[in-house]
Design a binder for this molecule. Structure first.
Ligand SMILES: *Cc1c(COP(=O)(O)O)cnc(C)c1O
Length: 389
């Protein structure tokens, strides 16, 4: 294994090197296999080593990988159509390369909407304290967690933080143009926000012409059982962002907006965004998952996974006080957050990869295509890790 002499030390990386994968199973350089309950933090939505995705990408790469957005990109238009249709919302798309970029796009749409939409000019965007919206200077400021605002200032103005969903309406004033929320906070601890409260907030915001911007970078692309969590919550947002699961591992992010033509010629751009390669990846993944959902296989898997988690919580109620989350974005809330890192490390030593979220949540984001055998094996290994705590 190479040392870290040339890469900045921004991550505490596990000393492990993966060399190949098949669906939810990974193989390391020593030939050991691992069950992957992380899918690269919700990215590898259709699993590792998918042959159809690999072949489609290779075929496209042999023709054209990249042209630039100065020309019509047919796969980009087709990917946008598939995304919009899968969501059921009447929107248009702008493609970038990551979640943070998608959220930057969302913020730009809102800011321009507030700028041109009469007097007074509106620019404030309300977000939640435990949110996570990205790592660029603007999205890190949009992220409500104080700890992320060390260094890097001065930051852009105009972000207002609400302690919880209950406080958002009171914070709306004449200068507020948008509210950006995750419906299930991912990094914040697999924290679903109350559905009824979100619906009431959506109605209130509509009455004030304040844009509801839903950050679905983690919840989107069937992670919570529907194409978007907004569909699960039965709301009608003005803006939705997607990224993690969309390209099956190929970097792509998208901001979709019901305010279809706020951004016009010259207002926004991206060199790589929606190029032939990433659009082809998104199309392939969305096609695959549409069928996977329609066949009933996704819902079946979600039920099986939920049962396992509930069972796990009951068997180990000394460790876990609650099973949380939706679809295949799940967590076990730990009684003692101090044990979490130790458990994650022991799990890996026992051949199963899991994540943390917030201070005390063991997080599960398996590939949506994980098989029951892989799932059962993963939980068996997690049991072993727990036994060795
Ligand atoms: C991961 C994540 C982001 C940031 O995505 P990047 O691709 O790392 O920029 C933004 N919002 C949410 C909700 C996320 O989970």
């Amino acid at each position: 294994m190479l040392s870290n002499s040339y890469v900045m030390p921004t991550y505490a990386r596990a000393e492990i090197e993966f060399v190949s994968g098949d669906n939810a199973t990974l193989i390391d350089a020593n030939g050991r296999d691992y069950i992957d309950f992380t899918s690269g933090i919700g990215v590898v939505s259709i699993g590792h080593g998918d042959n159809v995705l690999a072949r489609t990408l290779a075929d496209q790469a042999k023709k054209i990988i990249h042209i630039s957005n100065l020309y019509y990109i047919e796969p980009q238009e087709r990917a946008a159509k598939k995304i919009v249709e899968a969501s059921g919302y009447d929107m248009k798309c702008f493609f970038g390369n990551s979640g943070a970029e998608a959220n930057e796009g969302a913020i730009k749409i809102a800011r321009k909407y507030g700028e041109v939409d009469g007097e007074p000019k509106r620019y404030k965007i309300i977000t939640l304290k435990h949110s996570f919206h990205g790592r660029t200077i603007t999205t890190v400021k949009a992220t409500g967690q104080e700890a992320m605002h060390n260094y890097f200032g001065p930051f852009p103005d105009g972000f207002v933080y609400a302690d919880s969903i209950d406080d958002i309406a009171d914070l709306v004033d004449d200068h507020t143009v948008g509210v950006m929320i995750e419906l299930i906070q991912g990094e914040g601890g697999v924290q679903p926000i109350d559905k009824k409260k979100v619906q009431e907030l959506a109605t209130f915001l509509k009455s004030k012409d304040v844009l509801l911007m839903v950050d679905e970078v983690q919840t989107g692309v069937y992670r919570t059982g529907e194409f978007t969590a907004s569909q699960v919550y039965d709301i009608d947002p003005d803006i939705i962002t997607l990224a993690k699961g969309l390209g099956g591992g190929v970097p792509i992010g998208v901001v979709m907006s019901a305010k279809k033509d706020v951004l016009g010629f010259g207002d926004h751009g991206s060199t790589f965004g929606g190029n032939y390669l990433s659009s082809t990846a998104a199309m392939t993944v969305v096609d695959f998952l549409n069928h996977y959902k329609e066949s009933g296989a996704l819902d079946e898997m979600i039920i099986a996974f939920s049962e396992k988690l509930e069972q796990m919580q009951k068997t180990h109620s000394d460790l876990f006080n609650e099973a949380v989350g939706f679809g295949l974005m799940r967590g076990l809330r730990m009684n003692d957050g101090e044990v979490l890192t130790k458990l994650i490390n022991l799990a890996r030593e026992n051949g199963v990869m899991v994540l943390r979220a917030g201070r005390n949540t063991l997080r599960f984001l398996p590939p949506l295509t994980i098989t029951k055998d892989e799932m059962n094996e993963g939980f068996k290994r997690l049991e072993k890790a727990i036994a060795s705590l």
